[in-house]
Design a protein around this ligand. Sequence first.
Ligand SMILES: *Cc1c(COP(=O)(O)O)cnc(C)c1O
Length: 426
Amino acid sequence: MVFAFLSLTDYWGSLALHNHPDAFAVDALAVARALSPDEPITLLRPHAARRAARFFVEKFPGKSLYAVKANPSPALLETLWDAGITHYDVASLGEVRLVHKFLPQAKLCFMHPVKSERAIAQAYHNHGVRAFSLDNQEELDKIVRATASDGVRAGDLELCVRLRVPCEHAKLSLASKFGAAPDEIAELLTATRQVADSLGIAFHVGSQAMSPQAYTDAMELVRAAIVAASVTVDIIDVGGGFPSVYPGMEPPALEAYFEAIHRAFESLPISYSAELWCEPGRALCAEYASLLVKVEKRRGDELYINDGAYGALFDAAHVGWRFPVIALNPETNINMQMSAFSFYGPTCDDMDHMAGPFILPDDMAAGDYIEIGMLGAYGCAMRTEFNGFGDVDTIIVEDEPMASLYRNVAANYAGRAARSGEAASQ
Ligand SMILES: *Cc1c(COP(=O)(O)O)cnc(C)c1O
């Protein structure tokens, strides 16, 4: 990925903004008009990631670990670090190396419950990782072996036992693959307590959890596990799952999640000095990026666009995720009828299809541009180079991310919303 940090005002500001007195900052429309790009462009909003990070740092009643897999871009890592995110949830040796390289001071927590012994050893001995997660006895044995030095067991391990919890409130389940079952966790906690300096219990309620109840229910299972094992627990890690706003998915405010978690944490039978952790991925970076795409062809209600399932739209293709869209056509009459479209991506493959529905003006045609929003998490991070596509330029914009259309927080947005009719149709 080419990271083109352009000073927009210098580059095309006057050109792009001249006819748009309502534009309060350079946005996707300005980019489309100035460049008429043939390739998709990733639009970055560092201010949105900074705001999300500050929100977690100031309001989450514990420590927030950024789940790096949601978007490992070094520019984002640095933005989050500058905003006060000091802990990073890494899941592979590749992520350990990446974060260690760009943020040498960061605290890394290796929270994938199935790791190779070599990865554990390298993380511990070469990259200073002390926190690891596990969900079975073999993994615990591996961690103990891999972190020993000259036959002496490590005395500084922070070990989080991952508990399997239901994912019924989440849009993407993480319930089947990892986690010790409630009836096997007591034994594992007891065994882990014997080798850990700090003992934690971690869980993940699934991604995009639409209700705080997900966390309250999981905390009840944590309570039962602590009681059954009767061990001292030093860390409660409530994982990720904090939701963002997408069309048709408007979760309660994040404060409600934080309050529910705080209340449940305070009532657990743990020591006064126990720490509360969370591992947000999506909620820290969904608003960080969007995508500017071009319509290459229209066939009925199908639009052939220049990015797709092998690009930033994996979730749109494979789990039917509905990302918000806006037509960037300033000539569209604001009374234009809206229609439901599906997208085809640029590769030669039928699977490169995003069913949507994506609501756009009726008159969409080849040559038009569309902004697809909320792709900062599990969007840009999924891009491949399949079929020769994938080399995508990156531009920083200063306007508000599309979620604000649904939350209606930015009055300035009215102009933009009216331009596409998107807000009215959702
Ligand atoms: C994916 C993942 C996260 C982040 O989840 P979000 O739903 O993006 O917040 C956090 N922790 C673990 C262990 C994960 O696998």
